[in-house]
Design a protein around this ligand. Structure first.
Ligand code: F6R
Length: 608
C-alpha cells in the first residue's frame, strides 16, 4: 500500500525523502513523488513508475533544494497509476501539498461541494479533495484547519501536509492508517512505518487516531481536536538499520527465509523459562480459560493460514470449539460473539484494515481479544486486550515467511499453555512439548540446509502452468500456505486441497504431467494421503512429496521427495512449510520474477 515520508531538519530534504521511500518500496506502489518547501515555493516532482524514475527526474534529489518536504509512493485505488494521479497533490492555488495513505469514503460528496464553489480538479484521486479542502478551510490557523479537515473526512487515512505560508512546520495526522513520528537530533520525520525512520532515529511516537502532529526541526507538538496539547511517551525501537537491509542477500525474501531459525528462537526463548510457558502480560488462569465457550481466530492471507493450523492444534489442546475466519468475511457475517468468546487476531503488520475492523467488531460484542502481532505500537497491538508479539524483526519482502513462522511459534506456546492449564496433557507430555519447542530453531536450521536440492527441483519444474498442493489435517493447512507462496511470487496458478476433497471435483484437472505436491507428514493419516497421491499418480501427475525423515511410505510413488526433520505433530507445520517457501522462491527466481515486490501486491493492506 502507499508509503509516506516527511522530513524537516538540517539536511536537504529531497534525498532523505527518496531514501525513506526506497525503504518503503516493499509495501507495493506504482508511482511516486515528493514536494519540498523552498524559497517561498513548493517544488513538486512526481511520476508514474518506480522510484528510479523519480530519482532520475530529480537528479537523486539534488535538483529539488529545501529542508522540509513530504514524499509518497502510491498504490493506485482511485484513478490509474499516472503522473497526474501520483502524490503529492496540490491545492488549486498551490499553497498546500498533501500526501495521503488510505481511502476517503466521502470524497465524491466533498468533491461535488468543492466543485460547486469553483474548485477545479486535475486528477481522479480522492487525495486531491483533501488538498482543496485544506485550502477551503484555511484561515491562517493551520491547527484549526486540520481540525475542520478531520471533521469533514470519512474513511481511513494518514496525511502529511505542507503549507506555503509556514516554512518551518509540516503537519500530519492519522485515522485508521499507519503513521509513525521519528524523533531525531535537529530533525524530525514521519513515515508509514518505522523501517523508513531507522536510518535517522530509533526513537518514535506512535500516534493515536485524530491526533494532529506539528513537526519542526527542533520540536514535535501533538494536539487533540480540542486544541489541547497531548503528552506522548517516546518509544525506543530495538530494530537497527541493518535489519531492514538486504545484508548481502539477493532478495529480502531469501534473507527472511534464512532468518527463520533466529526469529523463532527470539519469539520462543523469552517465553520458555525453567520448564514453564510464560506468556508476557497475558495472564490467563484456568478459571478464565474454562469460561471461554468459543475461540475465534481471525486474520487475512498467510496469517489466516496460521489460523488454519491453529484450529487443529488449539481445538485438540483445549476441546473448546475453534472457528477460523477470513477477516473480510467475519466482519460482515454477523458472527455469534459474547463475553465468553476468546478472539485471537493474527497480523504481521498490525495494520491490515479488515483485521482491524474484525477485531473492533469482536470487542464491541464483548469478546476478549488477544492479538499476535509483529509490529510494536501498531493499531491492532494498541487496541487488543492482550498482545503477544512475534519477535521476527522487520519483514520487508511482500511474501511473508519469518512472520508466518513466528506466528506459528506463538500458537504452539498458547496451545501448550492452555493444554497445561486445562489438564489436557500429562506432565511428561508437557515436558516433551517444551523440549520440542526448545529444539525447534535448531531443526529449522537443519531443514534450511537442504536448500540446494529444492533449488535443483525448482530448476526442473519452474515452467509448469498449474500446481496442486494436497494434504490432510495440519498438512492441509500448510498446503494452503505453500500454494499461496508459490502463486504470489511466481505467478503460477496453484491451489491447495484437502486430500480427501480432490475427488469431489478438482481431480478432473489432473492430466499427464500436472504437478501435485503432496504433504505427507501427519503420521496417523499417511495411508489416507498416500491413497490420494496414488489417485493423482494414476492420472499421470508428476508427484512431489514432503515427508518426515525416515518415513519411506511415499517413496515408491513420488517422483521426488523433500525430507524434513521429525518433531511432535503439533510443531511439524513449522518444518513442513520450509521446503514450500524455498520451492516458491527458487521457482520465482528461475522465472526472473520480481520476488520482493510481486505485481499488484502490497505488504500491508490498509484498505478494505
Ligand atoms: C502473503 C502475505 C499476506 C499477508 C496478509 C495479512 O505472503 O504476506 O497474505 O499475510 O496480507 O497481513 P498481516 O499479517 O500484516 O495482517
Amino acid at each position: 500500500m502507499c508509503g509516506i515520508v516527511g522530513y524537516v531538519g538540517g539536511k536537504a530534504a529531497a534525498p532523505v525523502l527518496l531514501k525513506g521511500l526506497a525503504t518503503l518500496e516493499y509495501r507495493g506502489y506504482d508511482s511516486a513523488g515528493i514536494a519540498v518547501w523552498h524559497n517561498n515555493k513548493i517544488e513538486m516532482v512526481k511520476a508514474a513508475g518506480k522510484l528510479q524514475v523519480l530519482r532520475q527526474l530529480t537528479d537523486e534529489g539534488q535538483s529539488v533544494p529545501g529542508f522540509m518536504g513530504i514524499g509518497h509512493t502510491r498504490w493506485a485505488t482511485h484513478g490509474e497509476p499516472s503522473d497526474v494521479n501520483a502524490h503529492p497533490h496540490l491545492s488549486s492555488s498551490g499553497r498546500f501539498a498533501v500526501v495521503h495513505n488510505g481511502i476517503i469514503e466521502n470524497y465524491q460528496q466533498l468533491k461535488n461541494r468543492l466543485q460547486r464553489r469553483g474548485y477545479e480538479f486535475v486528477s481522479q484521486t480522492d487525495t486531491e479533495v483533501i488538498a482543496q479542502l485544506v485550502e477551503y478551510y484555511y484561515n491562517g490557523d493551520m491547527l484549526d484547519t486540520m481540525i475542520k479537515l478531520l471533521n469533514a473526512l470519512e474513511g481511513a487515512y494518514s496525511l502529511g501536509i505542507i503549507c506555503l505560508d509556514d516554512p518551518e512546520h509540516f503537519y500530519a495526522v492519522r485515522q485508521d492508517a499507519p503513521l509513525v513520528v521519528g524523533l531525531g537530533q535537529g530533525e524530525n520525520l514521519i513515515a508509514s512505518d518505522v523501517a523508513a525512520l531507522l536510518a535517522y532515529t530509533q526513537e518514535v511516537y506512535y500516534l493515536d487516531d485524530r491526533e494532529i502532529v506539528v513537526l519542526a526541526a527542533d520540536k514535535v507538538e501533538i494536539y487533540d481536536t480540542n486544541r489541547d496539547a497531548v503528552e506522548k511517551q517516546a518509544q525506543h525501537i530495538d530494530w537497527d538499520v541493518s535489519a531492514a537491509e538486504k545484508g548481502g542477500y539477493e532478495h529480502f525474501m531469501f534473507k527472511e527465509i534464512m532468518e527463520q531459525p533466529d526469529s523463532v528462537r527470539k519469539t520462543l526463548s523469552p517465553r520458555l523459562q525453567d520448564g514453564q510457558i510464560k506468556l508476557d502480560d497475558f495472564n490467563i488462569d484456568v478459571e478464565r480459560l474454562a469460561n471461554f465457550r468459543k475461540i475465534y481466530i481471525v486474520a487475512c492471507g498467510s496469517s489466516y493460514h496460521v489460523a488454519a493450523v491453529a484450529k487443529y492444534i488449539l481445538e485438540e489442546a483445549t476441546r473448546i470449539p475453534v472457528e477460523v475466519d477470513i477477516a473480510s468475511e467475519f466482519r460482515y457475517r454477523g458472527p455469534i460473539i459474547g463475553e465468553d468468546t476468546l478472539m485471537i487476531v493474527i497480523s504481521q503488520s498490525g495494520e491490515t484494515a479488515d483485521t482491524i475492523a474484525a477485531m473492533r467488531e469482536g470487542r464491541a460484542h464483548g469478546a476478549h481479544v488477544l492479538a499476535i502481532v509483529n509490529v510494536l505500537g501498531s493499531t491492532i497491538a494498541r487496541e487488543a486486550d492482550d498482545v503477544l508479539y512475534t519477535w521476527a524483526g522487520p519483514e520487508i519482502a511482500v511474501a511473508t515467511t519469518k512472520a508466518y513462522s513466528t506466528q506459528l511459534a506463538v500458537i504452539y506456546l498458547l496451545a501448550l499453555k492452555f493444554a497445561g492449564l486445562l489438564g489436557r496433557l500429562t506432565e511428561q507430555e508437557q515436558a516433551e512439548c517444551y523440549q520440542a519447542l526448545v529444539n525447534l530453531p535448531e531443526q529449522l536450521e537443519r531443514t534450511l540446509q537442504d536448500k540446494e536440492k529444492i533449488q535443483f527441483l525448482a530448476s526442473q519444474l519452474y515452467n509448469k502452468h498449474s500446481i496442486f498442493f494436497i494434504g490432510r489435517n495440519l498438512d492441509y493447512a500448510v498446503a494452503m500456505e505453500g500454494s499461496l507462496k508459490l502463486k504470489e511470487i511466481s505467478y503460477i496458478h496453484s491451489e491447495a486441497y484437502a486430500g480427501g476433497e480432490l475427488k469431489h471435483g478438482t481431480i478432473s484437472l489432473i492430466e499427464p504431467g500436472t504437478l501435485v505436491c503432496t504433504l505427507a507428514t501427519c503420521d496417523r493419516l499417511i495411508e489416507k494421503i498416500k491413497s490420494n497421491a496414488e489417485e493423482v499418480k494414476a492420472r499421470g501427475a508428476y508427484l512431489l512429496a514432503v515427508a518426515v525423515e525416515g518415513d519411506e511410505r511415499l517413496a515408491g510413488i513420488a517422483d521426488a521427495i523433500f525430507y524434513v526433520p521429525k518433531t511432535l505433530p503439533w510443531l511439524q507445520p513449522s518444518l513442513t512449510v520450509i521446503p514450500l517457501q524455498l520451492f516458491a522462491y527458487y521457482v520465482a527466481s528461475q522465472k526472473g520474477c520480481s520476488i520482493d515486490q510481486p505485481k499488484n501486491l502490497a505488504k500491508s493492506v490498509t484498505v478494505e
